[in-house]
Design a protein around this ligand. Structure first.
Ligand code: PLP
Length: 266
């Protein structure tokens, strides 16, 4: 799908709001149904129906649809922060007794999640130098269910060979999550390289203007549906409609901003 179409038109049903080019901020916690039957029908698919904003909200859904399309993912969820996105994505893939392999030097609060929070639930993590795929192989245990990746990783900018790591993971029935905040989907599309779940701090490049804290989880429809009905609805770390709107506004200039950033870094 054409990037300009995604950023400027996809998901924007302007006929529904007076043809306004900038979509409305639907700042409503709940939604109205004319009949009880209509409400009951809405609950059949809470993930894609606006009933209550902890689940779904039209402004937020519009932004999520754009991000999923940009990522080349089937679906996406927006969260209150990158840390919330990371925690929910990781929690969705582990249970008590499981083991995670993570690259050295992940984002600080990811490190805290893996080293201090998850051990309380008997989930352990081994940190490795992800630059050599053999290190993943060596660290994998019978109870390893997840490889957690950042390529490049935080501050150290160490890369992983994503096709090699994801193919090793698939051979061993291990899921992969990558924090792609640094590259963004305009530079690196991890799903095409075999990664199962892509997470973002949208606070950084995706929004861009230093006025929103937000996070994203992208994956296939089945995984997103599972996360929606479990971690997402239970933990409730949702983005507000206003922040969802600001994130959409920020996204519209992402290609221009990244282009400039790439030039000025050289
Ligand atoms: C900032 C950052 C996070 C955390 O995101 P918040 O939106 O601040 O919660 C996660 N990963 C990376 C790589 C980051 O730079």
């Amino acid at each position: 799908m054409d990037l300009s179409y995604i950023l400027n038109h996809l998901g924007e049903n302007r006929d529904e709001y007076f043809g306004a080019v900038a979509p409305p901020v639907i700042q409503s916690s709940n939604f109205y149904f004319k009949t009880v039957e209509q409400m009951r029908n809405a609950f059949v698919n809470e993930q894609s129906t606006s009933i209550y904003t902890r689940g779904n909200n039209p402004t937020i859904a519009m932004t999520a649809q754009k991000i999923a399309a940009m990522e080349g993912a089937e679906d996406a969820l927006l969260l209150a922060s990158g840390s919330a996105a990371i925690a929910m994505a990781v929690l969705s893939q582990v249970k008590a007794g499981d083991h995670i392999v993570c690259v050295n030097h992940p984002y600080s609060w990811t490190h805290k999640l893996l080293t201090q929070f998850l051990p309380r639930f008997n989930i352990s993590t081994t940190f490795i130098d992800g630059r050599d795929v053999d290190n993943f192989k060596k660290a994998t245990q019978p109870n390893t269910t997840l490889y957690y990746l950042e390529s490049p990783n935080t501050m150290y900018f160490e890369l992983q060979d994503l096709p090699a790591v994801t193919s090793l993971a698939k051979q061993n029935n291990i899921k992969t999550i990558i924090d792609n905040s640094y590259c963004t989907m305009l530079v690196q599309q991890p799903i095409k390289l075999g990664v199962d779940i892509v997470v973002y701090s949208a606070t950084k490049y995706l929004n861009g203007h230093s006025d929103v804290v937000a996070g994203v989880i992208c994956s296939n429809s089945e995984t997103i549906k599972k996360i929606f009905h479990n971690e997402f609805m239970t933990l409730g770390a949702i983005i507000s409609p206003w922040n969802g709107w600001l994130l959409m506004r920020g996204l519209r200039t992402l290609p221009l901003r990244l282009n400039h950033i790439s030039k000025s870094v050289v």
